[in-house]
Design a protein around this ligand. Structure first.
Ligand SMILES: [Zn+2]
Ligand SMILES: [Zn+2]
Length: 117
């Protein structure tokens, strides 16, 4: 099993992993147009998907592309916690999250008991 060196922090890790287990970064090899990018995918947030499986949200420092990746068992929990607790000054998915919030609030605002009077 081959090892590769993390371009971000220099940790050696198994090349079959999607990202560095220490800093959770990876390299953006090709963009959507199939062109080489070479930028570092930096983890910007952690979110829990439908089935409760946490995923990393990564953003390419070079071209700004976004991707999500499942968190692996070997990933450094300290790094995950520090990402998860980071304030989201620049939410990667503002539209989807806002829509979810709006739906939640819409459900609450429907309070049927209120109209029954
Ligand atoms: Zn690293
Ligand atoms: Zn990129």
């Amino acid at each position: 099993m081959a090892m590769i060196e993390c371009e971000n922090c220099g940790t050696m890790y198994d090349e079959s992993l999607d990202h560095c287990p220490e800093c959770l970064s990876s390299v953006h090899e090709t963009n959507d147009d199939g062109e080489e990018c070479g930028g570092i995918f930096e983890p910007v947030s952690v979110w829990i998907k439908d089935k409760g499986r946490p995923e990393l949200i990564c953003r390419c420092q070079f071209c700004g592309a976004l991707k999500t990746e499942p968190i692996e068992e070997d990933d450094n929990p300290v790094t995950i916690m520090s990402i998860a607790s980071r304030p989201l000054a620049n939410p990667p998915f503002p539209v989807e999250r806002l829509q979810e919030l709006t739906d939640l609030m819409g459900g609450q605002g429907d309070m049927s008991g209120y109209y029954r009077k």
